[in-house]
Design a protein around this ligand. Structure first.
Ligand code: UD2
Length: 307
């Protein structure tokens, strides 16, 4: 049994990771429940702390008392819009807390097997290369993207400079069960699911031709576990499906699966939205990981979860 800490473990991706690991690991979760939900952890055995990761004393004590084997760092303010409204507050969570944890591990020489930090495709911003490779130019355009990029670099540099076992990932558009649809900046598929379930009108920003690289959370969790256990170099990896789908095609596919016609209201494109997004996932594949959920199967599984 390994000892695993998941910060942000009551959130969308963190709770899916906790469910995948709970049978064979001793899991500790720190989550302030600002976005996550305690009920996301129903049915699994975890030690849960409702706490802010910015509380250094608390985090230091937790780290020194537990000697975790693996730390998955998912705690963050996930809303780009929120980071634009409150750059100082979100900076503390999205960057400072990560650096502080890394530095505590370094100075206390904690015997860790892997520290995995979760960054975002937001770091690519409007950089022109397509599809996005990890070596592509970055262009972080918001406080969220800047902090994710900086924390990701600190993670990699703590590996290179001090020999900490680290790895970082850049998520593309993750979807699946337990994604919280409550904010207008929640993942589009969680909003669409909510609209379909409750017969609400979905507002489509733009004409639906914008593309995204949607990846099912089951693949994301499997990739995280593989990266934490099977890599030994401090590097950054894209986590995506490696495919590009237009939003309108995704809606049509989802309508077929659910048997529900989505009411759509069209509005002009959202400020700052990018047109096209697609990842190159050769690097992820090079460690022996290939996503197994097609968009159609992922959508079917997502819909089934709520039936
Ligand atoms: C994703 C990330 C964001 C940041 C960004 C970097 C999510 C939830 N967000 O934003 O954190 O990393 O990538 O590029 O993964 N849309 C609608 N109606 C809605 C909501 C969305 O039409 O009610 C459109 C939206 O305008 C966009 C597409 O759906 O064109 C995807 O939106 P999103 O918010 O799910 O994700 P994205 O790629 O903008």
């Amino acid at each position: 049994m390994s000892k695993v800490l998941i910060t942000g473990g009551a959130g969308f991706i963190g709770s899916n990771l906790a469910h995948a690991l709970a049978d064979n690991n001793e899991i500790t979760i720190v989550d302030d429940l600002s976005m996550g939900k305690k009920k996301n952890l129903d049915g699994i055995k975890v030690t849960f702390y409702q706490h802010d990761v910015c509380d250094r004393e608390f985090m230091h004590q937790l780290l020194s008392e537990n000697k975790f084997d693996y730390i998955y760092y998912l705690a963050a303010v996930a809303s780009v819009a929120d980071s634009v409204e409150r750059p100082l507050a979100t900076h503390k969570i999205n960057q400072e807390s990560v650096l502080d944890t890394l530095d505590y591990i370094r100075t206390q020489k904690l015997p860790l097997k892997k520290f995995l930090f979760t960054s975002s495709a937001a770091v690519y911003g409007n950089s022109p290369e397509f599809p996005k490779l990890e070596s592509s130019q970055v262009d972080p355009l918001t406080p969220y993207a800047i902090d994710k990029y900086a924390a990701e670099r600190f993670t990699i540099d703590y590996g290179k400079l001090y020999g900490l076992p680290t790895v970082a990932v850049r998520f593309f558009n993750v979807y699946g069960p337990r994604q919280n649809p409550e904010s207008p900046y929640s993942g589009v598929l969680s909003i669409i699911t909510e609209c379909m379930k409750n017969n609400k009108t979905f507002t489509l920003f733009g004409d639906g031709s914008q593309t995204r690289d949607f990846v099912y959370v089951g693949d994301v969790v499997a990739a995280l576990i593989k990266l934490a256990t099977a890599t030994d170099k401090p590097m950054v990896y894209n986590i995506a499906n490696g495919d590009e789908s237009s939003l309108i095609d995704v809606i049509h596919a989802y309508e077929k699966i659910s048997g529900i016609n989505l009411n759509i209201k069209y509005e002009s494109g959202r400020n700052g939205d990018i047109d096209k997004s697609k990842a190159d996932i050769s690097k992820l594949k090079s460690i022996g990981f290939t996503p197994k959920w097609t968009l159609e199967n992922g959508l079917r599984e997502y819909w089934k979860y709520y039936e």
